[in-house]
Design a protein around this ligand. Structure first.
Ligand code: AMP
Length: 214
């Protein structure tokens, strides 16, 4: 299975991708996570990406496409891949189509996690992430048992720098301009299915499971 999760920042792509791979054992390919690791490790790619990420702009397509090609060689990807936060531009979608065609395993399904833009700002400002294992939390909808501490590994939680309100607005604008056109791109291929992502983590996951089962 080659499955793409499409949706605005804060629509829950990362959380849902983790639930899907837990159930199916596929590879979770989050370009945002790979970039954040490069920033943390101080690689040349991380140095280029850091200022763009912090201001809510996209990292150039050629860097992202090369990074994804690299990740797809990992053995965990053999059973299936959930693409989270990629592709984000038409150029990336075309590059991914070409790459997966070459590998003989084209994109099968694109799930659009739908949620209205006003809800996104509230969601993103409450978002927290574990500094140790990357587990996602939310101060209101998914709080940890002990405030500021990860349930899974005990490491402190942090707020991503790009979840500040000003950067969130930029990210939503960039999404509308550069990523929303992908909805038409995949609809034209007959691969797009909508899932209501407004009702919380469990309901959204039920919607995804229904599409995957159907
Ligand atoms: P995310 O965790 O998916 O929200 O990504 C965080 C940031 O990483 C984005 O705001 C972009 O700056 C960068 N990024 C992640 N994925 C991509 C991508 N596919 N294309 C361009 N930039 C990306």
């Amino acid at each position: 299975m080659q499955l793409i999760l499409l949706g605005a920042p804060g629509s829950g792509k990362g959380t849902q991708a983790k639930l899907i791979v837990q159930q199916h054992g596929w590879l979770h390919l989050s370009t945002g996570d790979v970039l954040r690791k490069n920033v943390a490790d101080g690689t040349p790619l991380g140095a280029k990406a850091k200022p763009l990420m912090e201001s809510g702009q996209y990292v150039p397509d050629d860097l992202i496409n090369a990074m994804v090609e690299d990740q797809l060689d990992r053995p965990e990807g053999r059973g299936g891949v959930v693409f989270d936060g990629y592709p984000r531009t038409i150029n990336q979608a075309q590059a991914l189509d070409a790459l997966l065609e070459r590998k003989g395993r084209p994109v099968q399904l694109v799930l659009h996690l739908e949620i209205n833009p006003e809800a996104l700002i509230a969601r993103l400002s409450g978002r927290r992430v574990c500094t140790g294992c990357g587990a996602p939390y939310h101060t209101v909808s998914m709080p940890p048992l002990k405030e500021g501490v990860c349930d899974a590994c005990g490491s402190p939680l942090m707020q991503r720098k790009d979840d500040s309100e000003e950067t969130v607005r930029t990210r939503l604008e960039v999404y509308q301009k550069q990523t929303a056109p992908l909805l038409d791109y995949y609809a034209a291929q007959g691969k797009l299915r909508a899932v209501d992502a407004a009702e919380g983590v469990e309901k959204t996951f039920e919607g995804i499971q229904a599409v995957l089962a159907g």
